[in-house]
Design a protein around this ligand. Structure first.
Ligand SMILES: [Fe+2]
Length: 581
């Protein structure tokens, strides 16, 4: 049975293909259109996943869409009466969902497809995207995001192939909107900028925590959920626009004048960042942690379960995630690599599969490599086509078929302080580069942070870089060793190791690590092992292969990025391109 899952007309549009309950391919639309967080219909991703399966449109049994127009219909109706202009905009998007079957057929260029369309509520799809691909037979489940199907959080229990929702938080209360509003206030207006503020928060102390406890209110008395103090926000009024139809999502101003009165002037994007901004970011982050961890403690107590599956955009907050095991009764956490809205494609498809009959739980998403891959032949033809530019930049291309030799050359370059583009195998699913579309550097060299931030990535100087570490060595370098294969946990670096890997240790002494095992990514594991043999340090600095754009997908995009940013070496398949300096 072939099920295609879609996240459409929402941020991070995506498609996933599931054959007999097993994930075969998944990708975000942004990688094809080269527009960050692309929100339209995922036509390219859809065509890619079908091609990866090797199926024709006629063979699709089911299209599962992560949106249910009937969910919370009474609340939606009340909202429509209060704010008719915005409701009309939302109706336009709803209308697109009504004809999504035709849109799928159009994207696939067929009139012969005979699939059923199944709708899965947004947060059910989030919960399913984590639990139904997790290694857990039963677990407590929690989804937290900005907003989807008029809710911003849902919790419940998963057993076998079934998900039982226990509760939800409805619009306008939302931890995702809270974080986005403060991200805008701090001068980062673009969709998806929240992670920058998470990095900034480590520079300050939560001096304004009491004020932030007035902004997000917890229900108390051991109850779950949370509420926003509406005085501080605009999204529940008629003025905040959200655009999901196509292109990069845009969200209008979410914070109110009252918030400005309480916290002081908002920062302009061009303004320098000072200690007041650090303190606001730190207080905002700390309040998020308090609310999320309180909810998780209560969820653990109510369910009695020791395993947790998290999903939703807020589940990208690796600083909060890194505290879960210490702060709650949970002993294991699973968060899928595309925890945010892209992951809805998997969630909708898996939920549809388990609801199409009694199904065994025989698939676990152990790795994130579900995207496109390219042969050496395809790489060679790209290099050939760019021969002139490669020569102009005095670069040399060599093919190295002996893999140990290739690893050795790359490791030597990294250890000498070179910046390496590493393009291998299938592209990652989710926003993090996990060793297949990565820029790699030496974590032992403190100066690599500045070199990468200002010369290669051209991004804010305060942003940290992540370490990839051999899973078996994680405990030697970090205070916790619970696996973090998708780079979604920040743990404290052991004090004696801070000076060993300064380039990947954040200002607060933490690292957003990726643990790498041989079974998940054999080639990347061997590369880090070779670096360990060469230097005695089982860690590489790993940042995504891009420069202010979506992560590269194709060899030509990787080559262009390499030539444009003046990286030192590019390893694409068996080909190594070096600068003749
Ligand atoms: Fe969501």
């Amino acid at each position: 049975m072939l099920i295609i899952g879609l996240n459409a007309y929402h941020g991070d549009a995506s498609a996933a293909a599931i054959v007999d309950g097993r994930l075969v391919a998944a990708a975000e639309e942004e990688r094809f259109t080269r527009v960050k967080h692309e929100a339209g219909f995922p036509a390219h991703a859809l065509r890619y996943v079908l091609e990866a399966v090797g199926a024709s449109p006629r063979e699709i049994d089911l299209i599962a869409v992560a949106r249910d127009p009937w969910a919370r219909i009474a609340r939606k109706a009340m909202y429509a009466l209060r704010m008719p202009a915005r409701a009309a905009g939302r109706l336009g998007v709803q209308g697109r969902f009504a004809t999504i079957g035709a849109e799928v057929a159009r994207a696939l260029g067929t009139t012969e497809a005979k699939f059923e369309v199944r709708r899965v509520e947004h947060h059910m799809a989030h919960l399913a995207s984590s639990f139904l691909v997790s290694p857990f037979e039963e677990a407590a489940l929690f989804s937290i995001d900005g907003l989807g199907d008029f809710a911003s959080a849902m919790w419940g229990v998963g057993r076998g192939g079934q998900i039982e929702p226990w509760g939800a938080v409805a619009f306008p209360h939302s931890l995702g909107i809270y974080y986005t509003a403060l991200t805008q206030y701090l001068g980062f207006p673009r969709y998806g900028d929240e992670y920058k503020v998470m990095g900034l928060a480590s520079y300050g102390e939560p001096e304004m925590l009491e004020e932030f406890r007035r902004i997000v209110v917890a229900p108390g008395c051991g109850a779950m959920g949370f509420a926003l103090n509406r005085d501080y926000f605009l999204h529940h009024r008629a003025t905040a626009d959200m655009t999901w139809a196509s292109g990069e999502p845009a969200i209008g101003r979410l914070y109110s004048d009252h918030l400005v009165e309480r916290l002081g002037a908002a920062r302009d994007a061009a303004e320098p960042i000072d200690s007041r901004h650090h303190a606001i970011a730190a207080s905002m982050q700390r309040r998020l942690e308090e609310v999320v961890l309180d909810n998780l403690r209560e969820l653990q107590r109510a369910t009695g379960m020791r395993k947790l599956c998290l999903a939703g955009g807020v589940a990208y907050n690796c600083v909060t995630n890194g505290k879960i095991l210490d702060a709650t009764g949970f002993e294991q956490v699973y968060i899928q690599s595309a925890a945010g809205d892209a992951g809805l494609a998997i969630g909708a498809a898996m939920q549809a599969w388990h609801h199409s009959g009694p199904r065994p739980r025989d698939f676990v998403m152990q790795h994130a490599y579900w995207g496109a891959q390219y042969s050496d032949c395809e790489v060679a033809s790209v290099l050939e086509r760019s021969e002139g530019e490669i020569a102009r930049q005095r670069c040399v291309v060599r093919r190295i078929d002996n893999q140990p030799q290739l690893l050795c050359q790359v490791v030597r370059a990294i250890a000498q302080g070179k910046v390496v583009g590493w393009f291998q195998g299938r592209m990652e699913w989710g926003p993090r580069a996990l060793g297949n579309r990565s820029i790699l550097a030496d974590p032992r060299r403190a100066e690599m942070r500045e070199i990468l931030n200002t010369k290669i990535k051209r991004r804010e100087a305060f942003r940290p870089f992540a370490p990839s570490i051999l899973e078996t060595k994680a405990r030697e370098y970090f205070t916790q060793s619970h696996p973090s294969p998708f780079m979604l946990m920040a743990y404290s670096v052991r004090p004696e190791k801070v000076a060993v890997i300064p380039a990947t240790t954040h200002i607060d002494g933490s690292g957003r690590l990726q643990t790498v095992s041989e079974s998940q990514n054999p080639l990347y594991y061997q590369l880090i092992s070779e670096f360990d043999r060469h230097t005695g340090v089982p860690v590489l600095l790993n940042t995504s292969f891009n420069e202010n754009e979506p992560v590269v997908q194709k060899p030509e995009e990787a080559l262009k990025c390499f030539l444009r940013t003046r990286m030192d070496l590019l390893a694409m398949g068996s080909y190594v391109i070096t600068r003749d300096t």
